[in-house]
Design a protein around this ligand. Sequence first.
Ligand code: 13P
Length: 291
Amino acid sequence: MPLVSMAPILKAARAGGYAVGAFNIVDYNSMLAVVQAAEELRSPVIVQTSVKTVVHWGHEALMGWVRETAGGSPVPVAVHLDHCKDVDFCLSCVEAGWTSVMIDASAHPFEENLAMTRRVVAAAAPAGVSVEAELGEIGGVEDDKAVADADASLADPDKAVEFCRDMGLAAFAPAIGTAHGVYKGEPKIAFDRLEEIANRTGLPIALHGGTGLSDEVFRRCISLGCAKINISTQLKYAFIDGFCDYHAEHAKYDPLAVIGAQFERVKREMGEKMKLFGSAGRASDVEVPSS
Ligand code: 13P
């Protein structure tokens, strides 16, 4: 099937009480591993790219790989731009073929965040491209974005309702106490706030900072309305450890064998997450709009 936007994937997930993984791929090998894991498990999937990854490889190279690995996939695949602070960069990805983008203007005052998000939605919607936006500030480091613990702030439910009203978002990312990167201690997740925001906005909630959360926390967040779960740091670890462990064990300078081991590690670990999030076997839930 053709690439799809996140909207039908997340609508089905929220209605079905499961979540779909959004995996921050870093190159062709990791993208192929994520797509193949989804296909083997009959799972919808979100191939997620950070701004840094897009800048590193270029829009055309990345979209070429996406079309090759997922363009005719039997499962629904969305290609999504993660945490983009710049409206014009979001629009460049809409133009290049991304099916979904995240405008992250959460560091700006509320009204500015609202206005920047509106600009992206206005340009993306006619192209059938879905939009995610953030309110409050999620802590930690995600590629080029760093938010010190002291600056992280939870989303206010009344503001969340005001922000999402008539905005036409496919996913909403309120800061609820999770953080990007490796957790230093036990994360304090504001489950009550998550529940209230999910219920009052009615939107699929995007859970950022997925690496290091327990199975129990994932299940609880999904039951309260999280329909998209972001995994970046764990993929980076699998990518590098898969490569290094194989080389340490075999000590052969055989690049394709090392790359193969890396591929298998990423595929296995991301596939395990798809099973845990409940998206395995749900590919046919997604109603793909006819073009
Ligand atoms: P982790 O790096 O903690 O997996 O977070 C990923 C994320 O939320 C990307 O936006």
